[in-house]
Design a protein. Structure first.
Length: 425
């Protein structure tokens, strides 16, 4: 008895080269516009196989030299009905699964996005300009949509909780810096939620970059890629990524207390040797600076010159090395609480004015040779660099900011080195 031959696989022809792009284009159009078969689809720079396919469907032989082939969906539907007994919609469903309803998906995403943003706007941080600007930014660039599609909407609320618990963000500048694992535990219940490079850390750092830009009168900034830049962002908000990496350079500070760190500081001061303190040392030991008068500079060259020329005769000096670190803030906050007077200076540029203003507000510091007269005198002594970035105010001497704006020149504090060393001796 003869064996029946198995039927040929269904839609065999439709898996060939001439059909692949054609069916993909049809699915894409139908998913975008709905299931109406009243439009056209096209193929740019068609292959010879695709030309033969379209000719077979339409019966039009003048397509052989066309650079773009266009075919009505209705013709494709009729051909498939005639050839296989299934129309275009049913054929596409059988080949690659049901068609997506993209308009409905977009509507659902828009609704979910609006709900997520509304929940985030409930935060008390919404009163700060940078916060709604951050939310608007992540909605506009597709970040929020990607979170929704991954099912990570809760990540946005976790980021809001992290921001709400950051000391500097909530206005508690005197709070000790929070280690990231502690912050992560408080905000999410998971000590590893803020691991470097993770999605939650990236989301929070984008908000902090927006906050920093707003504070400095600058347009929105991107999150730094380097570790030091990201650490600075965290520290600006009152968190610390690594209490060993956060350091402060000091000279002749001395210390009250009986522990190894205080002993190190006293020995260094007795010898006039510069010393680096880590945030870990400052928080692990009870370190109260012994000096009652502490001068603060921005550039290490000033501290290096004081150590070389004055040694142990120099008054206590702290160097911020640019933007003050968490360790620097911790040391100076402890000193100010113990009654020390802080004399602060920085470069004569817009960043230097911001640093000094923040030090006055945060630590009650007094400007040190940061007057209009100091600036004008230093400006005459040599060639200066051009000021860059948005202007800043100088509340302790409003004429200083006006003088910088008028000249358009920055003066680094090394130019005042003779006067500074005289003050420090």
């Amino acid at each position: 008895m003869p064996t029946d031959q198995p039927p040929p696989p269904p839609y065999t022809e439709l898996h060939e080269e001439g059909w692949r792009r054609l069916l993909t284009a049809a699915r894409r159009r139908l998913e975008r516009t709905g299931d109406a078969l009243d439009g056209d689809i096209g193929l740019t720079t068609p292959t010879e196989a695709e030309r033969r396919t379209v000719i077979g469907i339409t019966g039009r032989y003048r397509l052989q030299t066309a650079k773009r082939l266009t075919i009505p969906l209705a013709d494709l539907d009729t051909y498939l009905h005639t050839r296989y007994g299934t129309g275009l919609l049913q054929t596409l469903g059988r080949l690659h699964g049901p068609l997506r309803d993209r308009p409905a998906e977009r509507a659902d995403e828009a609704s979910a996005s609006a709900q997520a943003l509304a929940a985030a706007h409930v935060s008390p941080l919404a009163e700060h300009d940078w916060y709604p600007a951050w939310l608007k930014q992540i909605a506009a660039d597709g970040t929020l949509t990607r979170l929704l599609r991954r099912g990570d909407t809760a990540l946005l609320q976790a980021a809001v909780r992290v921001l709400e618990k950051l000391p500097a963000v909530r206005g508690d500048e005197r709070h000790s810096p929070l280690p990231l694992p502690v912050l992560a535990e408080w905000a999410t219940g998971n000590t590893k939620a803020l691991l470097p490079g993770g999605p939650l850390e990236q989301l929070v750092l984008r908000a902090l970059a927006q906050r920093t830009a707003a504070d400095n009168g600058q347009p929105a900034q991107t999150v730094p890629r380097d570790r030091a830049g990201r650490r600075t962002l965290w520290e600006s908000a009152g968190a610390v990524t690594d209490d060993l990496a956060s350091q402060v350079l000091v000279l002749n500070i001395g210390a009250s207390g009986e522990n190894i760190v205080c002993n190190w500081l006293r020995d260094a001061a007795d010898s006039g040797i510069p010393f680096r303190l880590t945030l870990h040392q400052l928080t692990a030991a009870d370190v109260i600076p012994a000096a009652r008068e502490i001068h603060i500079c921005e550039n290490p060259a000033v501290l290096r010159a004081a150590a070389a020329e004055l040694q142990d005769r120099a008054t206590a000096l702290v160097c911020t090395e640019g933007i003050p670190s968490a360790a620097c803030h911790q040391l100076l906050a402890d000193a100010a609480r113990s009654g020390a007077r802080l004399h602060w200076r920085a470069d004569f540029d817009w960043t230097g004015l911001r640093i000094t203003t923040a030090a006055i507000e945060r630590h009650g510091a007094r400007p040190w040779r940061m007057t209009t007269a100091d600036y004008r005198s230093a400006l005459k002594r040599g060639v200066s660099t051009t000021l860059t970035g948005p202007p800043a105010a100088s509340p302790w001497d409003p004429a200083l900011a006006s003088a910088l704006n008028e000249s358009g020149q920055a003066v680094m504090e090394e130019r005042l080195l003779p006067e500074l060393l005289s003050d420090l001796s």
